[in-house]
Design a protein around this ligand. Sequence first.
Ligand code: ADP
Ligand code: MG
Length: 335
Amino acid sequence: MFSSTDIGIDLGTANILVYTKAKGIILNEPSVVALDTKSNKVIAFGEDAKAMIGKTPDSIRVVRPLKEGVIADFDVTIELLKLVMQKAAKQIGGSFRKPNVMICTPCGATSVERRAIVDAVKHSGAKSVHLIEEPVAAAIGADLPVSEPIASVIVDIGGGTTEVGIISFGGVVSANTVRVAGDRMDEDIIQYVRKKYNVLIGEPTAENIKKQIGYALISHEEETMEVRGRDIMTGLPKVVNLTSTEIQEALKESLLAILECIRATLENCPAELSGDIVDQGVIISGGGALLKGLQQWLSEEISVPVHIAPQPLESVAIGTGKSLVMLNKLDKIAR
Ligand code: ADP
Ligand code: MG
Protein backbone atom coordinates (compact mmCIF):
# COMPACT_ATOMS: atom_id res chain seq x y z
CA MET A 1 0.00 0.00 0.00
CA PHE A 2 1.20 3.48 -0.81
CA SER A 3 0.95 6.49 1.42
CA SER A 4 1.57 10.19 0.89
CA THR A 5 5.22 9.78 1.87
CA ASP A 6 6.02 7.78 -1.23
CA ILE A 7 8.97 9.41 -2.91
CA GLY A 8 10.69 9.46 -6.25
CA ILE A 9 14.48 9.69 -6.29
CA ASP A 10 16.74 10.69 -9.17
CA LEU A 11 20.10 9.29 -8.10
CA GLY A 12 22.24 11.03 -10.69
CA THR A 13 26.01 11.03 -11.13
CA ALA A 14 26.03 14.80 -10.62
CA ASN A 15 22.84 15.58 -8.68
CA ILE A 16 20.37 13.76 -6.45
CA LEU A 17 16.76 14.92 -6.32
CA VAL A 18 13.75 13.85 -4.28
CA TYR A 19 10.15 14.35 -5.39
CA THR A 20 6.84 13.86 -3.61
CA LYS A 21 3.44 14.17 -5.19
CA ALA A 22 2.23 16.70 -2.64
CA LYS A 23 5.25 19.00 -2.54
CA GLY A 24 7.06 18.44 -5.84
CA ILE A 25 10.88 18.59 -5.67
CA ILE A 26 11.78 18.71 -1.97
CA LEU A 27 15.53 18.18 -2.27
CA ASN A 28 18.13 18.91 -4.93
CA GLU A 29 21.79 18.45 -3.98
CA PRO A 30 25.01 17.52 -5.75
CA SER A 31 25.81 13.78 -5.33
CA VAL A 32 28.96 14.57 -3.36
CA VAL A 33 30.10 13.43 0.09
CA ALA A 34 33.03 14.71 2.18
CA LEU A 35 34.53 12.14 4.56
CA ASP A 36 37.11 12.19 7.32
CA THR A 37 39.98 10.18 5.80
CA LYS A 38 40.83 8.37 9.05
CA SER A 39 37.44 7.57 10.56
CA ASN A 40 35.47 7.56 7.28
CA LYS A 41 32.80 9.64 9.06
CA VAL A 42 30.74 11.93 6.85
CA ILE A 43 31.65 15.59 7.33
CA ALA A 44 29.35 17.12 4.73
CA PHE A 45 27.22 16.21 1.74
CA GLY A 46 25.56 17.91 -1.20
CA GLU A 47 26.25 21.58 -1.89
CA ASP A 48 28.51 21.87 1.19
CA ALA A 49 30.65 18.92 0.08
CA LYS A 50 30.79 20.10 -3.54
CA ALA A 51 32.18 23.44 -2.36
CA MET A 52 35.12 21.49 -0.87
CA ILE A 53 36.20 19.81 -4.14
CA GLY A 54 39.87 20.48 -4.81
CA LYS A 55 40.27 22.53 -1.64
CA THR A 56 40.66 20.00 1.19
CA PRO A 57 43.70 18.86 3.22
CA ASP A 58 44.66 15.17 3.24
CA SER A 59 42.49 14.58 6.29
CA ILE A 60 39.33 15.10 4.22
CA ARG A 61 38.30 13.03 1.22
CA VAL A 62 35.66 14.38 -1.14
CA VAL A 63 33.90 11.58 -3.02
CA ARG A 64 31.36 11.34 -5.81
CA PRO A 65 30.05 7.84 -5.11
CA LEU A 66 28.24 7.47 -8.45
CA LYS A 67 30.03 7.05 -11.72
CA GLU A 68 28.39 6.85 -15.11
CA GLY A 69 24.93 6.62 -13.58
CA VAL A 70 25.67 3.59 -11.42
CA ILE A 71 27.08 3.04 -7.94
CA ALA A 72 30.86 3.13 -7.78
CA ASP A 73 31.19 3.28 -3.99
CA PHE A 74 28.40 1.31 -2.30
CA ASP A 75 29.02 2.34 1.34
CA VAL A 76 29.30 6.03 0.57
CA THR A 77 26.16 5.85 -1.58
CA ILE A 78 24.25 4.45 1.41
CA GLU A 79 25.55 7.26 3.62
CA LEU A 80 24.51 9.78 0.98
CA LEU A 81 21.03 8.26 0.64
CA LYS A 82 20.53 8.22 4.44
CA LEU A 83 21.43 11.92 4.69
CA VAL A 84 19.24 12.72 1.71
CA MET A 85 16.27 10.89 3.25
CA GLN A 86 16.76 12.73 6.56
CA LYS A 87 16.99 16.13 4.93
CA ALA A 88 14.05 15.43 2.63
CA ALA A 89 11.95 14.32 5.60
CA LYS A 90 12.77 17.55 7.45
CA GLN A 91 11.79 19.45 4.35
CA ILE A 92 8.25 18.11 4.58
CA GLY A 93 8.12 18.74 8.29
CA GLY A 94 8.84 15.45 10.00
CA SER A 95 10.00 12.01 9.14
CA PHE A 96 8.70 9.61 6.59
CA ARG A 97 8.58 6.25 8.19
CA LYS A 98 9.78 3.73 5.68
CA PRO A 99 8.71 5.34 2.41
CA ASN A 100 8.06 3.47 -0.80
CA VAL A 101 10.68 4.61 -3.24
CA MET A 102 10.72 4.81 -7.03
CA ILE A 103 14.24 5.30 -8.31
CA CYS A 104 15.68 5.46 -11.80
CA THR A 105 18.41 3.36 -13.39
CA PRO A 106 20.24 3.93 -16.65
CA CYS A 107 19.06 1.63 -19.48
CA GLY A 108 22.57 0.29 -19.80
CA ALA A 109 22.80 -0.80 -16.14
CA THR A 110 23.51 -4.50 -15.60
CA SER A 111 21.36 -6.62 -13.28
CA VAL A 112 24.12 -6.47 -10.67
CA GLU A 113 24.17 -2.67 -10.87
CA ARG A 114 20.36 -2.54 -10.58
CA ARG A 115 20.45 -4.86 -7.58
CA ALA A 116 23.04 -2.57 -5.96
CA ILE A 117 20.76 0.44 -6.35
CA VAL A 118 17.80 -1.43 -4.83
CA ASP A 119 19.95 -2.66 -1.91
CA ALA A 120 21.42 0.77 -1.24
CA VAL A 121 17.96 2.36 -1.08
CA LYS A 122 16.66 -0.41 1.19
CA HIS A 123 19.65 0.07 3.51
CA SER A 124 18.83 3.74 3.76
CA GLY A 125 15.42 2.96 5.27
CA ALA A 126 12.94 2.41 2.43
CA LYS A 127 10.07 -0.04 2.77
CA SER A 128 9.90 -0.99 -0.87
CA VAL A 129 11.96 0.00 -3.88
CA HIS A 130 10.81 0.17 -7.50
CA LEU A 131 13.00 0.82 -10.49
CA ILE A 132 12.20 2.82 -13.58
CA GLU A 133 14.34 3.24 -16.70
CA GLU A 134 15.78 6.73 -16.81
CA PRO A 135 14.57 7.72 -20.30
CA VAL A 136 11.02 6.65 -19.39
CA ALA A 137 11.18 8.77 -16.23
CA ALA A 138 12.61 11.71 -18.17
CA ALA A 139 9.82 11.40 -20.75
CA ILE A 140 7.08 11.28 -18.09
CA GLY A 141 8.69 14.25 -16.35
CA ALA A 142 8.69 16.18 -19.62
CA ASP A 143 4.96 15.42 -20.08
CA LEU A 144 5.43 13.35 -23.22
CA PRO A 145 2.66 10.93 -24.22
CA VAL A 146 4.61 7.87 -23.05
CA SER A 147 1.72 5.48 -22.66
CA GLU A 148 0.45 6.07 -26.17
CA PRO A 149 1.68 4.30 -29.30
CA ILE A 150 3.56 7.42 -30.33
CA ALA A 151 7.34 7.44 -30.34
CA SER A 152 9.02 9.93 -28.03
CA VAL A 153 12.76 10.40 -28.24
CA ILE A 154 14.57 11.50 -25.12
CA VAL A 155 18.22 12.54 -25.01
CA ASP A 156 19.32 12.91 -21.39
CA ILE A 157 22.75 14.50 -20.98
CA GLY A 158 23.78 14.14 -17.34
CA GLY A 159 27.11 14.18 -15.53
CA GLY A 160 28.50 10.76 -16.46
CA THR A 161 26.42 9.51 -19.37
CA THR A 162 24.26 10.57 -22.25
CA GLU A 163 21.28 8.28 -22.61
CA VAL A 164 19.20 8.22 -25.76
CA GLY A 165 15.91 6.38 -25.59
CA ILE A 166 12.99 5.90 -27.96
CA ILE A 167 9.84 5.30 -25.94
CA SER A 168 6.46 4.04 -27.09
CA PHE A 169 3.57 2.37 -25.23
CA GLY A 170 5.24 3.03 -21.88
CA GLY A 171 8.41 1.12 -22.68
CA VAL A 172 11.84 1.59 -24.21
CA VAL A 173 11.83 0.53 -27.87
CA SER A 174 15.46 1.29 -28.47
CA ALA A 175 18.18 2.87 -26.35
CA ASN A 176 21.84 3.77 -26.41
CA THR A 177 24.29 5.10 -23.89
CA VAL A 178 27.60 6.83 -24.29
CA ARG A 179 29.91 7.62 -21.41
CA VAL A 180 30.34 11.17 -22.58
CA ALA A 181 28.40 13.96 -20.87
CA GLY A 182 28.95 16.91 -18.51
CA ASP A 183 31.94 15.47 -16.61
CA ARG A 184 33.79 14.67 -19.81
CA MET A 185 33.22 18.20 -21.06
CA ASP A 186 34.73 19.57 -17.83
CA GLU A 187 37.70 17.25 -18.32
CA ASP A 188 38.03 18.41 -21.97
CA ILE A 189 38.29 22.00 -20.77
CA ILE A 190 40.90 21.12 -18.12
CA GLN A 191 43.04 19.34 -20.74
CA TYR A 192 42.66 22.13 -23.27
CA VAL A 193 43.77 24.85 -20.84
CA ARG A 194 46.66 22.68 -19.66
CA LYS A 195 47.92 21.97 -23.17
CA LYS A 196 47.42 25.42 -24.65
CA TYR A 197 48.39 27.63 -21.70
CA ASN A 198 50.35 25.30 -19.40
CA VAL A 199 47.88 26.18 -16.70
CA LEU A 200 46.11 23.79 -14.34
CA ILE A 201 42.52 24.49 -13.40
CA GLY A 202 40.23 22.47 -11.12
CA GLU A 203 36.95 20.73 -11.91
CA PRO A 204 34.68 23.42 -10.42
CA THR A 205 36.42 26.10 -12.51
CA ALA A 206 36.10 23.99 -15.66
CA GLU A 207 32.39 23.46 -14.94
CA ASN A 208 31.90 27.22 -14.54
CA ILE A 209 33.67 27.90 -17.83
CA LYS A 210 31.41 25.38 -19.57
CA LYS A 211 28.25 26.91 -18.12
CA GLN A 212 29.29 30.48 -18.85
CA ILE A 213 31.00 30.42 -22.24
CA GLY A 214 30.44 26.84 -23.45
CA TYR A 215 28.68 26.58 -26.81
CA ALA A 216 27.65 23.70 -29.02
CA LEU A 217 29.19 23.78 -32.49
CA ILE A 218 27.29 26.77 -33.85
CA SER A 219 28.42 30.21 -34.95
CA HIS A 220 27.80 32.74 -32.22
CA GLU A 221 28.99 36.06 -30.91
CA GLU A 222 32.25 35.28 -29.17
CA GLU A 223 32.33 35.61 -25.37
CA THR A 224 35.37 35.74 -23.13
CA MET A 225 36.07 34.79 -19.53
CA GLU A 226 38.93 35.46 -17.15
CA VAL A 227 40.09 32.25 -15.49
CA ARG A 228 42.51 31.62 -12.63
CA GLY A 229 44.72 28.57 -12.35
CA ARG A 230 48.26 27.42 -11.53
CA ASP A 231 51.09 27.79 -14.02
CA ILE A 232 52.67 24.34 -14.51
CA MET A 233 56.13 25.78 -15.20
CA THR A 234 56.41 28.31 -12.38
CA GLY A 235 53.91 26.80 -9.96
CA LEU A 236 52.50 30.28 -9.44
CA PRO A 237 48.91 31.48 -9.83
CA LYS A 238 48.12 32.71 -13.33
CA VAL A 239 45.21 34.40 -15.06
CA VAL A 240 44.22 33.44 -18.61
CA ASN A 241 41.56 34.89 -20.85
CA LEU A 242 39.55 32.18 -22.56
CA THR A 243 37.17 32.65 -25.47
CA SER A 244 34.03 30.71 -26.26
CA THR A 245 35.61 29.75 -29.60
CA GLU A 246 38.43 28.01 -27.76
CA ILE A 247 35.99 26.19 -25.49
CA GLN A 248 34.03 25.09 -28.55
CA GLU A 249 37.19 23.53 -29.90
CA ALA A 250 37.77 21.82 -26.55
CA LEU A 251 34.23 20.38 -26.49
CA LYS A 252 34.11 19.36 -30.14
CA GLU A 253 35.01 15.70 -29.78
CA SER A 254 32.61 15.08 -26.90
CA LEU A 255 29.75 16.82 -28.69
CA LEU A 256 30.36 14.72 -31.79
CA ALA A 257 30.32 11.54 -29.67
CA ILE A 258 26.93 12.55 -28.28
CA LEU A 259 25.64 13.28 -31.78
CA GLU A 260 26.87 9.89 -32.97
CA CYS A 261 24.97 8.16 -30.15
CA ILE A 262 21.76 9.98 -31.10
CA ARG A 263 22.22 9.12 -34.80
CA ALA A 264 22.82 5.44 -34.03
CA THR A 265 19.63 5.27 -31.94
CA LEU A 266 17.51 6.98 -34.57
CA GLU A 267 18.85 4.64 -37.25
CA ASN A 268 17.76 1.70 -35.10
CA CYS A 269 14.23 3.00 -34.75
CA PRO A 270 11.46 0.77 -36.15
CA ALA A 271 10.27 2.28 -39.45
CA GLU A 272 6.71 2.69 -38.16
CA LEU A 273 7.90 5.00 -35.43
CA SER A 274 10.27 7.07 -37.56
CA GLY A 275 7.37 9.13 -38.86
CA ASP A 276 6.38 10.10 -35.31
CA ILE A 277 9.88 11.31 -34.65
CA VAL A 278 9.75 13.68 -37.59
CA ASP A 279 6.51 15.15 -36.18
CA GLN A 280 7.29 15.04 -32.46
CA GLY A 281 10.98 15.77 -32.62
CA VAL A 282 13.58 14.95 -30.02
CA ILE A 283 13.48 16.17 -26.41
CA ILE A 284 16.74 16.98 -24.66
CA SER A 285 16.93 16.85 -20.86
CA GLY A 286 19.54 16.66 -18.09
CA GLY A 287 21.90 19.49 -17.18
CA GLY A 288 23.77 19.09 -20.47
CA ALA A 289 20.64 20.23 -22.33
CA LEU A 290 21.39 23.70 -20.98
CA LEU A 291 24.63 24.02 -22.96
CA LYS A 292 24.20 27.11 -25.08
CA GLY A 293 23.33 26.43 -28.71
CA LEU A 294 22.87 22.68 -28.23
CA GLN A 295 19.23 22.67 -29.31
CA GLN A 296 20.00 24.56 -32.52
CA TRP A 297 23.10 22.53 -33.36
CA LEU A 298 21.41 19.16 -32.84
CA SER A 299 18.34 20.06 -34.88
CA GLU A 300 20.58 21.15 -37.75
CA GLU A 301 22.62 17.94 -37.56
CA ILE A 302 19.79 15.42 -37.34
CA SER A 303 17.25 17.38 -39.42
CA VAL A 304 14.53 16.76 -36.84
CA PRO A 305 13.02 19.36 -34.49
CA VAL A 306 14.73 19.42 -31.08
CA HIS A 307 13.03 20.74 -27.93
CA ILE A 308 14.45 21.35 -24.46
CA ALA A 309 12.44 19.67 -21.67
CA PRO A 310 10.53 22.25 -19.57
CA GLN A 311 12.76 21.66 -16.52
CA PRO A 312 15.76 19.77 -17.88
CA LEU A 313 17.50 19.28 -14.51
CA GLU A 314 14.30 18.02 -12.88
CA SER A 315 12.54 15.92 -15.54
CA VAL A 316 13.82 12.57 -14.29
CA ALA A 317 12.91 13.29 -10.65
CA ILE A 318 9.45 14.51 -11.60
CA GLY A 319 8.99 11.43 -13.79
CA THR A 320 10.01 8.98 -11.04
CA GLY A 321 7.54 10.64 -8.65
CA LYS A 322 4.73 10.68 -11.17
CA SER A 323 5.26 7.05 -12.11
CA LEU A 324 4.95 6.17 -8.44
CA VAL A 325 1.47 7.65 -8.54
CA MET A 326 0.68 5.45 -11.56
CA LEU A 327 1.97 2.43 -9.66
CA ASN A 328 -0.26 3.44 -6.76
CA LYS A 329 -3.29 3.36 -9.08
CA LEU A 330 -2.30 -0.05 -10.44
CA ASP A 331 -1.86 -1.25 -6.88
CA LYS A 332 -5.39 -0.17 -6.01
CA ILE A 333 -6.76 -1.94 -9.09
CA ALA A 334 -4.94 -5.11 -8.12
CA ARG A 335 -6.35 -5.21 -4.62
P1 ADP B 1 23.03 13.60 -13.46
O1 ADP B 1 21.65 13.16 -13.85
O2 ADP B 1 24.10 12.73 -14.00
O3 ADP B 1 23.16 13.83 -12.00
P2 ADP B 1 22.32 16.28 -14.31
O4 ADP B 1 21.20 16.04 -15.24
O5 ADP B 1 21.98 16.79 -12.95
O6 ADP B 1 23.26 15.00 -14.18
O7 ADP B 1 23.30 17.29 -15.05
C1 ADP B 1 24.53 17.65 -14.48
C2 ADP B 1 25.46 18.10 -15.57
O8 ADP B 1 24.90 19.20 -16.28
C3 ADP B 1 26.78 18.59 -14.98
O9 ADP B 1 27.86 18.07 -15.73
C4 ADP B 1 26.67 20.09 -15.14
O10 ADP B 1 27.94 20.70 -15.30
C5 ADP B 1 25.85 20.22 -16.41
N1 ADP B 1 25.21 21.52 -16.52
C6 ADP B 1 24.39 22.15 -15.64
N2 ADP B 1 24.04 23.36 -16.06
C7 ADP B 1 24.65 23.54 -17.27
C8 ADP B 1 24.69 24.61 -18.25
N3 ADP B 1 24.03 25.75 -18.04
N4 ADP B 1 25.43 24.42 -19.36
C9 ADP B 1 26.10 23.27 -19.57
N5 ADP B 1 26.10 22.23 -18.72
C10 ADP B 1 25.39 22.37 -17.58
MG1 MG C 1 20.20 12.28 -14.68
